[in-house]
Design a protein around this ligand. Structure first.
Ligand code: NDP
Length: 452
């Protein structure tokens, strides 16, 4: 019989060991604790997994590659950055996961992201293992040529460790289509071969329709699935979105198409409040501002009446029924959760990875707010990356409609898996459902492979 106390005791015991083995890696500890807390009651009921020490094995990366990146600025100064690739677990398929370029990147952040990626990729149903990589390089304020030289230097090392059947990186924060093109071109130059070794490529050279939109669209599809399950929908709902990058922009686009009112967007400088909801023209302006001009979200408020900018604040005090955190980790804390709950939020669909602090997760769980964890709700990006690999393998491109149809189906199937493992009377615990479903497939495969 598994009781709440034994469950907590086992989680704490496991986490003591994990913290000791991985000191100072706070983001990694947080990501592991969320998974362990969710799967522990189920894990304790299944001796076969415990005997195989699956938790101890799955929390230890297969390998971590760390390297120096030296590059020259436009003024011929020499800069040095650090790069990593965390190849976490490849029992389900070749390693797959994005590259992040941001000054806050370190080994702990990449281990948390790589760990999450294992279960997210498992949920998609596609044959992909989990990995993540990146650098503490900050692309902000750099010229195109500087970014190009950095990417070339980064790939001069990374190319040894990747391959279409080994490890296939993609984009993430700070790595968009410009960076993917430079990275891919350098891979071709170094290896003298064209291979689908990176996803998120442009359509002209092997990219997939809907890849750019996939994470944001998928996050909205998942949210609609959650609401539909309880007889509701996104139509006429006020939706607060954070971020204004790849995920946020396409979440906003799809939410708008589904009849919702998107009332906020943000960046690291603050958030904009669009009281009547953003319209298509305004969204196009933001898209151009962020994707081409690389400007600040405050410029959006400068241009339009009825749009207020709130410097250095996050959007969670605004009254909304649906919240989609789409910027970065730990961007929504207990205070924000309290405010959202007070304002009547009914659903939270994570576009970003681990955007909620542990306390915020617990508060939404206690209040039975529908809460989709990123490994389920933002899996659309990696799912379409998987479809990009399939198209590269068969040297063919599917239509936009075909890829979007597959994306919708995958998100609906992930939602079903969450229900299978997370259904309660009158509620679905999506955090438990997603974690158990993702974990079980990986664990069963590890057992099938024997002791590795
Ligand atoms: P982008 O670089 O395109 O955009 C990131 C956005 O978040 C920007 O608006 C940025 O603002 C904001 N942001 C970043 N760091 C902070 C911070 N510390 N505080 C406040 N705002 C911040 O990244 P993506 O949209 O690709 O990624 C966003 C999230 O979604 C990440 O958590 C990523 O891991 C996750 N994700 C992305 C996928 C993808 O396909 N791209 C797939 C699955 C998950 P500013 O420009 O001012 O820095």
């Amino acid at each position: 019989m598994v009781t709440k106390t034994t469950h907590r005791k086992e989680v704490d015991q496991f986490m003591v060991g994990l913290r000791k083995r991985n000191p100072y890696e706070t983001e990694f500890h947080q990501a592991v604790e969320e998974v362990v807390e969710a799967v522990m009651p189920w894990y304790l009921q299944h001796e076969e997994y415990r005997n195989e020490r699956i938790l101890e094995r799955v929390t230890e990366p297969d390998r971590i590659v760390s390297f120096r990146i030296t590059w020259e600025t436009d003024t011929s100064d020499i800069e040095v950055n650090r790069g990593w690739r965390v190849q976490f677990n490849h029992v389900l398929g070749p390693y797959k996961g994005g590259l992040r370029f941001h000054p806050t990147v370190n080994q702990s952040v990449l281990k948390f992201l790589g760990f999450e990626q294992i279960f997210k990729n498992s949920l998609t149903g596609l044959p992909m293992g989990g990995a993540k990589g990146g650098s503490n390089f900050d692309p902000k304020g750099k010229s195109d040529r500087e970014v190009m030289r950095f990417c070339q230097s980064f790939m001069s090392e990374l190319h040894r460790h990747i391959g279409e059947d080994i490890d296939i990186p993609a984009g993430d924060i700070g790595v968009g289509s410009r960076e993917i093109s430079y990275l891919f071109a350098q891979y071709m130059r170094m290896r003298n071969r064209w291979a689908g070794v990176i996803t998120g490529k442009s359509l002209a050279y092997g990219g997939s329709e809907v890849r750019r939109e996939a994470t944001g669209y998928g996050c909205v599809y998942f949210c609609e699935n959650m609401l539909n399950h309880f007889g509701d929908s996104l139509r006429n709902k006020n939706v607060a979105i954070s971020g204004s990058g790849n995920v946020a922009i396409y979440a906003a686009e799809k939410a708008l198409q589904m009849g919702a009112r998107v009332i906020t967007l943000s960046d690291s400088g603050g958030f904009v409040h669009i009281k009547n909801g953003i319209n298509e023209d305004q969204l196009k302006f933001v898209q151009d501002l962020k994707e081409r001009r690389r400007g600040r979200i405050s410029e959006f408020a400068d241009k339009y009446r009825g749009v207020d900018f709130h410097a250095n604040l996050r959007p969670w005090d605004v009254s909304c029924q649906v919240a989609m955190p789409c910027a970065t980790q730990n961007e929504l804390d207990a205070k924000d959760a309290k405010s959202l709950i007070g304002n009547g939020v009914i659903a939270v669909s994570e576009g970003a990875n681990m955007p909620l602090t542990v306390e915020a997760v617990h508060m939404f769980a206690d209040r039975k707010v529908l809460h989709a964890p990123g490994k389920a709700s933002n899996a659309g990006g990696v799912a379409v990356s998987g479809l990009e690999q399939s198209q590269n393998s068969i040297r063919f491109s599917w239509s936009r409609e075909e890829v979007d149809r597959r994306l919708r189906t995958i998100m609906a199937e992930i939602h079903q898996q969450c229900i299978l493992h997370g259904a309660e009377i009158g509620h679905v615990d999506y955090v438990t459902g997603a974690n158990v479903a993702g974990f079980k497939k990986v664990a069963d495969t590890m057992i099938a492979y024997g002791v590795l």
